[in-house]
Design a protein around this ligand. Sequence first.
Ligand code: WTA
Length: 648
Amino acid sequence: MSPTAAKKTKLEGEVFYPNPETLTGTHVPDWEAQAAQASKDLTGYWARRAEELEWVRKWDTVLDESKKPFYQWFVGGKVNIVQNCLDRHVKTWRRNKLALIWEGEPGDQRTFSYHALNREVNKFANVLRAMGIKKGDRVTIYLPRIPEIVIAMLACAKIGAVHSVVYGGFSVESLHGRILDSHSKLAITADGGWLNGKIVKLKDILDEALQRSPSVEHVIVVKRTGQEICMDPERDLWYHDLMMLPIASPKCETEVMDAEDPLYILYTSGTTGKPKAILHTHGGYMVGIYATLHDVFDIRDEDRWWCTADPGWVTGHSYMVYVPLLNGATSFLYEGAPSYPYPNRWWQMIEKYDITILYTAPTAIRGLMRFGEAWPNRHDISSLRLLGSVGEPINPEAWKWYHRVIGKERCPIMDTWWQTETGMFMITPTPSVPLKPGSGTRPYFGALKPGSGTRPYFGAAAEIVDEAGKPVPDGEEGFLVLLKPWPAMLRGIYGDPDRYVKQYWSKYPGKYLTGDSAKRDKDGYFWIIGRVDDVIKVSGYRLGTAEIESALVSHPAVAEAAAIGLPHEVKGTAIHTFVILRSGYSPSLELMDELRNHVGHEMGPIAKPEEIKFVDSLPKTRSGKIMRRVLKARAQGLPEGDVSTLED
Ligand code: WTA
């Protein structure tokens, strides 16, 4: 065998066995033993993991189930996540280590050591305190992918304020709804951000949203793109001005929080109605996410970690902002689009910064795959040692391309399944040397199958059940549920405890409903099929049919609208809509364009429908609910299934 071949993953059928050489000395030498321990003694296991981090006061109870499904973790413990992201490291040699490397789309660069990042966070935390922001106050953050988004999130957490980050790709109506629901007193934005060579005018969008949201008293504006913007002298303040004031001292006490105190809320689309604010807390979230990066991506001091997700989504919260810092790692953040100015942008940066682990979404892989392998092949990307995927099922074709062209058949792919609600990975492969399947009756770890997230993470218990809640036989499709609580689990929906119980815990009492359908194969590997509710994953972004429909209906020409997701080669799923016009309006190409742009203006470019069909009626149940399932089946030419509840 040639030396290069020896380093490659062995492929047998559709099972990939990572080569031991690429995995020597990984953090978790024996997955089976750990998994067995975690499943036997869940609280003992998590207590041990929590002890790997620093606490102001240790917990009294690891898991309090007395108010379930309102589970509580590390009750009585006192800690602030920032204490473990920054304070802990600046006391050690890591103060001089790079925490964050950043590149802007135009090519500008900034780097922060742990010391420098800590200093900026302290300064901004002092600014926030001086502006009257206290523990428990909500702060809306609407920023591009620039270092200030990381600084702002950490500064809020440091003083115990609850951040509510709104993705910079969202627009007026989505932003307005999130500000209103969270009653934020303060908003942090930038004049703009760079994307595809153009400026996204964040401040203008925020100004428009604020006309409808009275709770915000002040806006802090980061100067990024430098074009002229409107500053309201009574309300708006420049970030750089504030950071020069004497109040912006580089020393700042970290607020001591209860483990169960809120860290952030993050809005996400649910089954019905408007997006809900998923609540995460300091203690359990910190422990859960810390452990996953440590174990699954085997993160080490010499690594350079790149999670390409925007901090405005949960992947960005957990795996771009908090978790690399919790592990004392160096991470990379890039402002712009993957193929700007050319499709080699990512590969060029991997080469330039010697990125060792790349964690991205299938849609990005499919998008870059389209440009052909000549683009990555022009660069030396051999620094990569592990790859990751998240956000939607990865089709085997994209998996194999990622594995062969980017990972050079050396890097195992961690296809991690999780959700905004779970906070951390729940089903994930492991970077371990696999036993061969069929070698005894034991489960095996480490072997990869393209398209499968493989097996539940330590302590996680997943099951696939039928409509009645009975486990289905292996190989059959059903609803994916989680059977045991986990530390980074959501602590509820902010301001709506009933909806939390109803949405996640009432269909199968005692079991957490994920909203996904899945299958398990004979080796115990999980295969996610997709959402079974009214959530659409467009390019990995989570959107609700209800939001898209209400954006359409807010246009004067639209009487009724329905949105569904249909398969799309690059986006995974694309939005298709059906519109009934009000009388006085007639279908036209101009109106179609106008409606698409209207949705773009209200929600953001990602929500623009792929297709708008003008129709005279929509299939509805007798109680008036739109049967999207029927629309979807019709559009794909599939059987319509049970239509007994369909009105005439
Ligand atoms: C989907 C993103 C297949 C799934 C972290 C889930 C995935 C929803 C995967 C949550 C994966 C996420 N394989 N499907 N590896 N990861 N999903 O809240 O449908 O934006 O329920 O969290 O994304 O989306 P969310």
